[in-house]
Design a protein around this ligand. Structure first.
Ligand SMILES: Cc1cc2nc3c(=O)[nH]c(=O)nc-3n(C[C@H](O)[C@H](O)[C@H](O)COP(=O)(O)OP(=O)(O)OC[C@H]3O[C@@H](n4cnc5c(N)ncnc54)[C@H](O)[C@@H]3O)c2cc1C
Length: 414
């Protein structure tokens, strides 16, 4: 008898349990969840709207959104990619819509739609749910009955009981102190260095003061020492800088910034990718063609007015100065500030909309065709417990759906 134990009732655990049960209706599928509630992160995800996946249907393109795990996921995305996710939810009556930046949400704009869909699908497929039942240990003891060739795993549960399974899916999610990492280590797996990913930087700088809520559409933020650079929208916060451009940088540099204890010097080009020469030309053109206008009334870079005023103030020029009166020294200062402001960071805050853990079960020890451990047959790892994480935009859930589906298919076939 095939008995599947799925450990962790999050997105990855649910998807694995549903697909394993649907793929092999004769199998007994048990879903163990340590806490009182399942799918907690799905509920709060995407600001309560659940950014289910991303409108990117080319695996080669898709893998570029994963600072860790992209290479390994490429083949996996050929098996299960965002289009499959969209179809899977649609076939269960959940329509997804795409926003301008490619993020996909349920048309209800309510994560409860996704929670309801997954819980109903699990019930329909006959998955047995065990709430408040953490899995504390897994041992792989051979069955005394030597005629039974399938391995038998013994699970110790937080309830004091034990359980057995022929296949175990570890889907315990991320975090610095994850029970799944301990289970993986006890089975001989290595855990790569852990660090938070998708965070915003604390920065105390006169250019940023009191501009919270303001956003710039295309800013390049870099940390040249580690050759890290990302472009995208940036949002001013009470404590520093946030927005997709900053979050992407935090993801690609998660380990570097952790080692620096989030104290470093970032370089910011507020125009995105305009070179200093182009910025100088734009300023000189404005000076030549709008000599009589006040600096504040003509902003060659389409910056929000408050930010343009702040830039002028920062280089000690009154906003009422006419363009004709703009001294060369101020032009030089503006060019330097706009193209390369140096910002010292002084800590970080997690992004409320989405954050993940960089690091986890080493991908070298996993067969990405099946998500099965290369060290212990019939043990599978899915979702954030692995050393996989994406930038914001629905990529983290997509990694959970894909890895869970591959594991479930493999178990159903077994
Ligand atoms: C606030 C927030 C918003 C987010 N929004 C988005 C978004 O919109 N789009 C996106 O793509 N990603 C988003 N993410 C990231 C995404 O939620 C995760 O990558 C995803 O939930 C990982 O799924 P998982 O099933 O691997 O882990 P989890 O969702 O963390 O689930 C793991 C489960 O395992 C349980 N567990 C742990 N140990 C044990 C044990 N020993 N025994 C039994 N159970 C155990 C936990 O209680 C938990 O329920 C967000 C993350 C956060 C924190």
């Amino acid at each position: 008898m095939k008995t599947v134990a799925v450990i962790g009732g999050g997105a990855a655990g649910y998807f694995a349990a549903i697909n394993a049960a649907e793929g092999d209706p004769a199998a007994k599928v048990h879903l163990y969840e340590a806490s009182r509630r399942t799918l907690t992160k799905v509920s709060v995800s995407g600001g309560g709207r659940c950014n289910v996946t991303h409108h990117c249907f080319d695996p080669r393109e898709l893998v570029r959104f994963y600072p860790r795990g992209g290479k390994e996921l490429r083949g996996a995305f050929h098996q299960w990619q965002p289009q499959d996710t969209v179809d899977w939810f649609q076939s269960r009556g959940v329509q997804l819509k795409t926003e301008a930046d490619g993020r996909m949400f349920p048309t209800t704009d309510d994560s409860q739609t996704i929670v309801d869909c997954l819980t109903q699908a699990a019930k329909n497929a006959g998955v047995t749910l065990h709430l408040k039942t953490g899995v504390i240990s897994i041992t792989n003891r051979p069955e005394p009955n030597t005629h039974n060739p399938t391995p038998n795993f013994h699970l110790t549960l937080s309830t004091g009981k034990t359980a057995t399974a022929t296949h175990v899916v570890i889907a315990t999610g991320g975090g610095q102190k994850n029970a799944g990492h301990a289970l993986a280590s006890s089975l001989g797996h290595s855990i790569t260095d852990l660090a938070p990913s998708l965070f915003t930087f604390h920065i105390d700088h006169p250019l940023l003061k009191d501009l919270q809520g303001l956003s710039l559409p295309q800013v390049r933020v870099s940390y040249p020492t580690a050759k890290l650079a990302q472009s995208g929208p940036v949002v001013f916060t009470h404590w520093g800088l946030s927005g997709p451009g900053v979050l992407k940088l935090s993801a690609w540099g998660a380990r570097v910034f952790s080692q620096l204890d989030y104290q470093c010097e970032l370089l910011v080009n507020w125009t995105g990718d305009s070179k200093p020469d182009a910025i100088r030309q734009a300023l000189e053109l404005a000076k030549a063609t709008h000599a009589r206008k006040a600096l504040v009334s003509l902003n060659p870079f389409d910056f929000p007015r408050r930010f343009w005023e702040r830039l002028l103030e920062y280089v000690s020029i009154s906003p009422d100065t006419q363009w004709a009166q703009l001294p060369k020294k101020a032009i030089n200062q503006l060019v330097e500030t706009i193209s390369a402001t140096r910002l010292s960071t002084n800590g970080k805050s997690m992004n409320k909309e989405e954050f993940v853990t960089c690091g986890g079960v080493s991908l070298k020890e996993i067969d990405f065709k099946t998500m099965q451990s290369r060290l212990v047959p019939n043990i599978y790892f899915v979702g954030e417990v692995l050393d996989i994480d994406g930038v914001t935009g629905g990529f983290n859930f997509q990694a959970a759906w894909t890895t869970a589906h591959l594991a479930a298919e493999s178990i159903a076939r077994a």
